[in-house]
Design a protein around this ligand. Structure first.
Ligand SMILES: [Mg+2]
Length: 308
């Protein structure tokens, strides 16, 4: 394995970082099946199983990733003592379930603030989503903040406002100048002031997106902590590409150090914009969602053989 953490820091938008060899990644992933069960697999969606698109509504899963998830979902349903599977996304749970369209697995949306398990053969639209009741008071202010900012900026073409229950995301991937888009968004929010309800939220920045989320609700790091508590896995495989995934990677690193949990955090590189902390927090680095799909396929095949 290439130990990237021992090397120099990876600069943003400069040179592609050193990727781990496919053979090494596959070997490390499959070796998780040698650990005491169960293995918990948690994967992000955008940038991890699906290439990032200019329009977030146009994002589609890599077909090989869907096929691998189908096999893994079947195996986890048949052998929950051996395998658990969760898709953990920043999108709303219904949205990501509709893009993955695989039953018998759990979809956690909004970085883990909401979610549900899709039964076998159920339509993704019928996913029953549970939201923590304590977050309900944020739903209306999040919607208000979303429309107030869009209004203030004159609803530009480059802005996509995603209201998702108790939080709101401002996507600016289509902006000609990303730094200018951030400046304009922040200026609009500051100008709206307290009337926007902004002060009720915490600000998070991801890949070409700014989100406002209930304070102390936690992100994917807190979501992983809850999953570890509930599922009690002996080993964990994480896949992700953004800052929120890095939070989960750091939780995994802490759990490995403190209580001997086995685990592997794999970052999926996105063109030239992967935040450096994602690369730093990961154990291994893959070039693209197609490679993540291949990793999940290899795991699915190996698990199918072993569980037979
Ligand atoms: Mg992502």
């Amino acid at each position: 394995m290439t130990d990237r953490r021992a090397g120099p820091p990876v600069p943003r938008c400069a040179h592609p970082p050193a990727f781990d060899s496919w053979r090494d990644v596959r070997r490390r992933v499959i070796s998780l099946l040698d650990e005491p069960p169960p293995l918990l697999v948690v994967t992000d969606f955008d940038g991890t199983l699906a290439p990032i698109t200019l329009d977030p509504l146009a994002t589609r899963i890599v077909p090989a990733a869907r096929r691998a998830l189908r096999v893994l979902a079947r195996l986890s349903a048949d052998r929950p003592d051996r395998l658990r599977l969760v898709v953990l996304s920043g999108r709303a749970a219904l949205d990501v379930a509709g893009r993955v369209r695989v039953g018998r697995l759990e979809y956690l949306g909004n970085h883990g603030l909401e979610g549900g398990r899709l039964p076998w053969r159920a339509r993704a639209e019928h996913l029953v989503v549970h939201i923590d009741p304590s977050l309900q008071p944020f739903v209306e202010p999040a919607e208000r903040l979303g429309s107030a900012v869009a209004e203030r900026l004159g609803r530009p073409d480059w802005l996509f406002v995603e209201t998702k229950g108790p939080s709101v995301a401002f996507h600016f991937r289509q902006a000609p100048d990303a730094a200018e888009a951030v400046r304009r968004l922040d200026a609009a929010i500051a100008a709206i002031g307290d009337a926007s309800g902004r002060q009720a939220f915490e600000r998070f920045e991801g890949r070409k997106v700014i989100e406002f989320r209930p304070p102390a609700a936690g992100g994917k790091g807190a979501a992983l902590e809850r999953l570890l508590e509930r599922e009690r896995p002996e080993s964990v495989l994480l896949l992700g590409d953004d800052r929120s995934d890095a939070e989960a990677f750091r939780v995994l690193a802490r759990e490995r150090a403190q209580r001997g949990l086995t685990g592997l955090a794999i970052a999926v590189h996105g063109a030239t914009e992967t935040p450096p902390e994602v690369v730093e927090a990961a154990d291994m680095l893959l070039p693209a969602p197609l490679d993540a799909a291949a990793v999940l396929s290899a795991l699915a095949s190996a698990a199918a053989r072993r569980f037979a």
